[in-house]
Design a protein around this ligand. Structure first.
Ligand code: EPU
Length: 338
């Protein structure tokens, strides 16, 4: 474990923003991390925990210590139909999905190709194509930064919500997730709740899809809409989908014919796709300076190469303002802006 000084973060964030960290350290085991947290080095410094930087927007240099979680490893424990998977927090999420499928452990296929690390997944309760992490989550281990103490968090203690958890709210920045345990299975049960998955399977003539079929279809859908961060800087969805009262939606529908909405568990509310609002406000495919709105998914902001974090932040503010002006709906940012 070596603490480096003045390190460029350009390769450590998927927006490809060129800022630097005053100090930078990469930890490869829980013990190394405990040692770091118990040392005096951290006491008076700001710190930032980084996985693969796929949900962060840097607007300036980071004047503190960046701790990169590189604690890797995947273990499978089979008992009957249940396959318990214990994964190091620094493992790449999609590598976990693929290795699980190869080992006959099903249940993560709908979450194929999500950028990021396993340790970051619970922080915002990642979700896509009809599945959220919380539905396969069992527990996690995390190290408290100020003390170096290890704590095990059960599912209930994580307080998972739509794109959020206790680690994005009350405990924000206080713990580093070193290990995540998920409960997968070796049955044929698949989740085809999301309509575009069913349509894609039908087109391929697949009647009884396996988990691997679902994974392939999800990868195709994602690749057709979402830009590859290694080619064009982005952090996936920039905003959350707003949840609004049904009555407000009914009023908006009168004015904006064809406005989509998805029913919520709380039956007096609906979720409106932010992408539709942004597209309707005229932003889809627009370029402003070095940044812009993706041509195929209006919820994704992109860095065309030389864009800055400031430009992206300004663009996001302009989008929020124009969506509010048109629909009186407040868009909440989903990525972490620093
Ligand atoms: N739509 C538009 N214009 C667009 C794109 C979409 O009007 O440019 C409308 C359509 O009506 C479409 C609806 O938005 O039916 C939903 O679009 P999509 O299925 O692409 O999903 P999303 O709601 O925009 C969410 C997640 C994504 C996840 C997809 C698929 C959030 C903030 N985003 O996007 O997650 O991949 O569903 O499940 O919940 C991420 O978090 O980084 C992310 C990419």
């Amino acid at each position: 474990m070596e603490i480096q000084e003045d390190v460029s973060l350009k390769k450590c964030n998927t927006f490809g923003i060129d800022v630097s960290a005053k100090y930078f350290v990469e930890v490869e085991s829980e013990n190394e991390l405990i040692e770091l947290c118990k040392s005096d080095f951290l006491t008076d410094k700001r710190h930032l925990i980084l996985g693969s930087g796929s949900n962060i927007l840097f607007t300036k240099n980071f004047d503190g210590l960046v701790i990169k979680n590189s604690i890797k490893g995947i273990k499978f424990k089979k008992s009957g139909k249940l396959i318990r998977v214990i994964v190091g927090g620094g493992t790449d999420w999609h590598d976990l999905v693929i290795q699980s499928l190869e080992n006959g452990a099903n249940g993560l296929e709908n979450l194929s190709l999500i950028p990021g690390t396993v340790g970051a997944a619970p922080v915002q309760n990642i979700g896509a194509y009809g599945l959220e992490l919380k539905s396969v989550f069992e527990q996690l281990r995390a190290v408290e930064i100020t003390t170096g103490n290890v704590k095990v968090f059960t599912k209930a203690q994580c307080s998972f919500k739509y794109r959020s958890s206790v680690f994005k709210e009350e405990l924000k920045g206080r713990y580093i997730i070193t290990e995540v345990t998920l409960d997968l299975h070796n049955t044929d049960k698949v989740n085809t709740a999301y309509a575009p998955i069913r349509i894609a399977l039908e087109k391929k003539g697949i009647d009884n899809p396996t988990s691997k079929d679902i994974s392939e279809v999800v990868m195709e859908i994602r690749n057709s809409k979402l830009p590859d961060p290694s080619k064009i800087g982005n952090a996936g969805s920039f905003f959350k989908n707003p949840v609004i009262p049904k009555v407000d939606y009914k009023n908006l529908q009168v004015k904006f014919n064809g406005m989509p909405a998805f029913p919520q568990a709380a039956n007096n509310k609906v979720k409106v796709p932010a992408a539709w609002l942004i597209e309707s406000a005229g932003w889809k495919g627009k370029t402003v300076g070095g940044v812009g709105v993706h041509t195929d998914q209006a919820l994704v902001l992109v860095n065309h190469g030389e864009g800055t974090g400031r430009e992206l932040k300004d663009l996001s503010k302009e989008i929020q303002d124009s969506v509010f002006k048109k629909f009186k709906i407040k868009l909440e940012v989903e990525v972490n802006i620093l």
